[in-house]
Design a protein around this ligand. Structure first.
Ligand SMILES: COc1cc(/C=C/C(=O)SCCNC(=O)CCNC(=O)[C@H](O)C(C)(C)COP(=O)(O)OP(=O)(O)OC[C@H]2O[C@@H](n3cnc4c(N)ncnc43)[C@H](O)[C@@H]2OP(=O)(O)O)ccc1O
Ligand SMILES: O=C(O)CCC(=O)C(=O)O
Ligand SMILES: [Fe+2]
Length: 337
């Protein structure tokens, strides 16, 4: 029901019980490392070999990096954030038209993560869109704000181009042919989560989105340049990602961890909230289509007797992924040989 949306209420003075995590699962914000940040890679550099080396290093050590000079125009990023903000400011009755709890829907507005299933809620509303091929999905997207479809489809096209450019760099960084990952991952699906995290009066007690890894291949995250909230797990410690105004955040998803035979890492990350400011982020997920077979190339199996993970289809993987809780053990563990 649409009245479950956090954005249907103008301000909270305390958080309802249904959002309060048990003591042992709280974010412990005072223990988070600030000022360390994830690597930043300048994709505009003329030194391609250096870019590829930096990509290899970031994917191995953090599984996360920010990119600048990435080819997505700043204007397009700003318009995407503006239209997302306008969408969540629409009157509740307008947003209610898009509300659904059914995860199989290809366009829906919902709250938390999966309210039919979870025991504790997240401090988050989200709009989820299937984005590829655009001509199939755009007619089903919201038409209010009036510029929504134009702005979001332009942004989606640009992000897709960036995604394929990154897959090329990732292939080369693993000493594979430049088109290897794009070919193996096939005609990739593209999904978007527009995340809205309202101000939260008790941010120590809850999450925007609890710890998880992304089940897809590669994620491109646009975030509010002025409000931090994304945190990445590194060596057992949570590191706060400081947003850079012109940067996009890239992370390796589970499928690239499997295809690289464990060399590149799909790492745990989470979104926390704060009491001062709302935050918006826009996650674009490049996903293999469901029939794609995931198995690393011979070259990356190397001298080992067998790959780290057994061969599976993406369909098999994401059914398993969704049948668990988001913060259970790493889903790839269930596919180890
Ligand atoms: C953490 O957030 C994410 C998400 C992503 C996503 C990257 C992708 O790769 S998206 C590609 C996967 N496709 C979808 O999510 C489309 C929506 N779901 C479906 O089409 C189907 O549910 C299904 C995934 C194909 C499974 O179908 P079926 O076998 O018929 O079983 P169901 O009864 O539909 O679902 C099983 C179980 O999982 C729950 N669930 C399914 N999808 C989602 C979802 N998108 N979000 C939350 N929960 C989901 C469903 O409710 C069922 O739960 P039960 O307890 O009722 O069994 C990338 C990065 C991210 O951070
Ligand atoms: O909002 C964020 O910073 C993280 C979002 C995220 O990890 C996701 O949507 O998968
Ligand atoms: Fe994520």
């Amino acid at each position: 029901m649409a009245d479950q949306l956090l954005s249907a209420v103008s301000d909270y003075v305390s958080i309802p019980e249904s959002y309060v995590r048990p003591e042992s699962q709280r974010p412990r914000l005072n223990e988070v490392i600030r000022g360390a940040n994830i690597p930043t890679i300048d994709l505009g550099s003329e030194d391609e070999l250096q870019i590829i080396a930096q990509v290899a290093d970031a994917c191995r050590s953090f599984g996360f990096f920010q990119v600048v000079n990435h080819g997505v125009p700043l204007e397009s990023m700003q318009k995407m954030m503006a239209v997302a903000s306008e969408f969540f400011r629409l009157p509740p009755e307008e947003k209610a038209k898009h509300y659904s709890d059914d995860p199989a829907k290809k366009m829906r507005l919902s709250t938390s993560f999966n309210i039919k299933k979870e025991t504790v809620r997240n401090w988050r509303d989200y709009l989820r869109l299937h984005c590829y091929p655009l001509e199939e999905f755009v007619p089903g997207w919201p038409s209010n704000p009036a510029s929504f479809r134009d702005v979001v489809s332009t942004y989606c096209r640009e992000v897709r181009r960036l995604g394929f450019r990154l897959l090329r760099a990732i292939s080369l960084s693993l000493e594979l042919e430049e088109g290897y990952m794009a070919k193996v991952l096939g005609e990739q699906e593209q999904h978007m989560a527009v995340n809205y995290y309202p101000k939260c009066p008790e941010p120590e007690l809850t999450y925007g989105l609890q710890a998880h890894t992304d089940p897809n291949a590669l994620t491109v995250l646009l975030q509010d340049p002025n409000v931090a909230g994304l945190q990445v797990l590194k060596d057992g410690k949570w590191i706060a990602v400081n947003p850079q105004p012109d940067a996009l955040v890239i992370n390796i998803g589970d499928q690239l961890q499997a295809l690289s035979n464990g060399r590149y890492r799909s790492v745990w990350h989470r979104a926390v909230v704060n009491s001062e400011r709302e935050r918006i982020s826009v996650a674009s997920f490049l996903c293999p289509s469901s029939s794609v077979v995931i198995s690393p190339p011979e070259k990356l199996v190397g001298d080992r007797a067998r790959p780290v993970y057994r061969t599976y289809t993406y369909d098999e993987y994401y059914k398993k992924f969704w049948s668990r809780n988001l913060d259970d053990d790493h889903c790839l563990k269930l596919f180890e040989c």
